[in-house]
Each structure stands twice: as C-alpha cells, then as structure tokens.
Design a protein around this ligand. Structure first.
Ligand SMILES: [Fe+2]
Ligand SMILES: [Fe+2]
Length: 166
C-alpha cells in the first residue's frame, strides 16, 4: 500500500509494489527520502496530470513508477555517469517484469532529459520528466527544511545550556 488514498491509483500500482526487487528501493536513499517513496510520488503526480489531460494514465503511471528502478548497477560509476546511465538500467530491470510498450520505454529512458541527450518523443514522457523534477525539487526542499530544523534545535540546546552555566 502507498500513502495515497486514491483507490484507482492503488490498483494500478499494486502489480509493481508486489515485486520483491522493487521493494528493495525502500532501503536506498534518494533526495533525502527513499527511492521507493520518490518513485511512488512521481507516479502519483504523473497519474493525476495524465488523467486530467485524458491521456493513457494507466500506462504512464506504471512507467513513472519504474523510472528509477535501479539498485546497485551504478555502484562503480561516478555521479555524472549515474545520472546518465540509470534510465537504461531502469528500462532493463522493468523489462524483466513487464512487457513495456514503446511509449513506456521512452518515458523511462528520457526522464533525465536534458542530462541524457535524446529528447522525449511523447507528451507523456515530457510529463513524467516534469513530474520527476517537481518531486525532486519538493523532496530536496523538505530535506533541507528537516536539516535546518535539526540545526536550529541544536543551536537552541547549546544556547540554553550556555545560559544555564553562567
Ligand atoms: Fe532518475
Ligand atoms: Fe526520479
């Protein structure tokens, strides 16, 4: 189960959430949260946008959920290589479990555009690329907010103790 309370969304994503390998994304940090939560967020945003635009939101939601389905394939690569290559790994992993359509392959493999050079071919791919950026922006902001709160708490703790000692 995800934290989203949309039953149709839950139904669409459940075949992916049942995959054991996909559940390993719960143990990988991504933008300060887990890659699993990030993927579900991107899928939910894409689902909402595509549904509102009367596009094939089921096909897009599955591809969006699988857009960052990579585990330790990138361990030996530097950050720039990771950014460029992980969509390929995600397509390979997703293909082990699903008969991906050409559009789904395009959605996953171009979600890092313009970091990856080939631009998306479909409007749905642009939407997932955009949803991924929005999610990352929100998650990084949330993470910074949490760090700021921790720093403020530590600062207050030190001040209170300093005042007590005097
Ligand atoms: Fe990605
Ligand atoms: Fe992503």
């Amino acid at each position: 189960m995800s934290r989203y309370t949309d039953l149709e969304f839950e139904r669409i994503i459940s075949p992916v959430l049942e995959i054991e390998e996909f559940n390993q994304l719960k143990f990988i940090t991504h933008h300060g949260i887990t890659r699993y939560d990030h993927s579900v967020r991107v899928a939910y945003l894409s689902y909402k946008i595509c549904k509102a635009l009367h596009l094939d939101y089921k096909e897009v939601t599955i591809a969006a959920l699988l857009h960052d389905f990579f585990l330790d394939e990138v361990e030996h690569e530097n950050n720039a290589q990771k950014l460029r290559l992980h969509p390929e790994y995600a397509v390979k992993n997703a293909s082990k479990y699903f008969d991906l359509t050409e559009r789904q392959i395009d959605i996953i493999s171009t979600h890092m555009f313009p970091v990856t050079f080939a631009p998306p071919k479909y409007i749905e791919s642009w939407i997932v690329d955009f949803a991924d950026d929005i999610a990352a922006f929100y998650e990084k902001g949330y993470c910074m907010h949490r760090e700021l709160r921790t720093s403020m708490f530590l600062f207050m703790f030190l001040v209170v103790n300093f005042v007590k000692m005097r």
